[in-house]
Design a protein around this ligand. Sequence first.
Ligand code: NAD
Length: 476
Amino acid sequence: MTDRYASFVQSAAGRALVKRLGLPDPPRLRRHHPGDPLLADPALLGAATGGRLAAQVTKILTAAGVELADPAAAAGWAGGAPAQDAPPARSHGDAPQRYGALLFDATGITDSTELRQLYDFFHPQARAVLPSGRVIVLGTPPQECPTPREATAQRALEGLVRSIGKEFGRGTTAQLVYVSSTASDDPTQSAGTITSLESTLRFLLSGRSAYVSGQVIRVGGGAASVPADWDRPLDGQVVLVTGAARGIGAALAKVLARDGAQVVALDVPAAGDALAAVANDIGGTAVQLDLTAPDAPTRLAEHLASRHGRVDVVVHNAGITRDKTLGRMDADRWDQVIDVNLSSQERINDVLLERELITAGGRIISVSSIAGIAGNRGQTNYATSKAGVIGLVDSLAPALRERGISVNAVAPGFIETRLTARIPLVVREAGRRMNSLAQGGLPVDVAETIGWLAWPASGAVSGNVVRVCGQSLLGA
Ligand code: NAD
């Protein structure tokens, strides 16, 4: 579905009208294309005194070909003598220096009085970020902090980041990444190695994260492995995508195949033609199966075992809505939604894990929804199922850590699909604009986020629920 208003405001007449009437001004978002540089413009790095991630971040960005804006500050980082105050935006001739990204290592902040260092870094740069820029703050998970004062100061970072996401505009996104002290820094110490943080920084800086903003992402201590080619981060991985015949699932199959995965695309038999078209298009295989059938988990397990001998990544994307206010909802609507959106995921996980078809280093990724976070009128069944998906992540991630399997969810907001095209015009328009980016996301935005969670390089990212909602006001 197209957003005609967003196209209109890109025109000369549209721009004039938007300015005159103060209408919402959805920016054109930078999205990923294979071969794109991670960031076309320089990044400016800063760090609070005593930050522990300086050298690691410098190394990651340098290896990724990102130009560091201030060599002196960058040298300070790499040398373990982090800059306290970043330099103010400088001029090259008449043009002020502009940045594609601002990154700040806040792990050195141990007391609320030291939060001033954030102001000192960001204040001079508030207007220096280019369209579709990136702001990333790195912190320590508050629960790991040795003192209440440090935990308080680290928790405060969320407010800064979420406000920057709402304030900077023009497609700029802002995220907080809490990096556990157990996250590894160069585990093998040899050339070409990876750090736990690398995949997350690469995702957040790139156009893959176009519609992700205002998020708090936790990077822990799981194992991560380096891809031979960062443009094919899923090379050789066997990935199951449920609900792949259309919408987000079809976009997902495409993105995962583009990134090197062998995709097993699953959908109901009634969607067989569309499913076959998706699978053929990407050189994947199609499985026609109703996930709620009593024998679905065993049939699926047998298919995966006989065709591939394993599955590296399971993406539970299939989902349905059967909306009615609770008083008018018949039991069938309730049962179907809970069964498709939640219980079938649990049954499939159980069988695939029991038969050890999800291998060590494997991934389980579920699609939740902001309705599962904020609730929604007329969607008690759907919101219950989607909140349950978050519960599944919370409970399964710690349980599977030992086996090296990560479990995460994405929670899409307003995504332009057939599902949202059915919403009445006025409600649809409100849903589209009520976020920091003033537009709906595209299926590819959800797909890129799931792709990042699926990468072997993302093994240290587990137990997260990442919203793909343009920083929606709902449930924020
Ligand atoms: P969609 O209706 O276009 O696609 C869902 C697919 O799941 C369909 O192809 C359908 O046939 C399949 N499916 C349904 N029941 C199944 C079953 N029993 N067995 C196998 N396949 C089954 O929906 P979409 O918009 O692409 O949504 C995909 C996921 O994203 C869903 O989980 C949805 O709840 C979630 N989501 C979507 C949005 C949005 O704005 N579109 C927002 C939040 C969450």
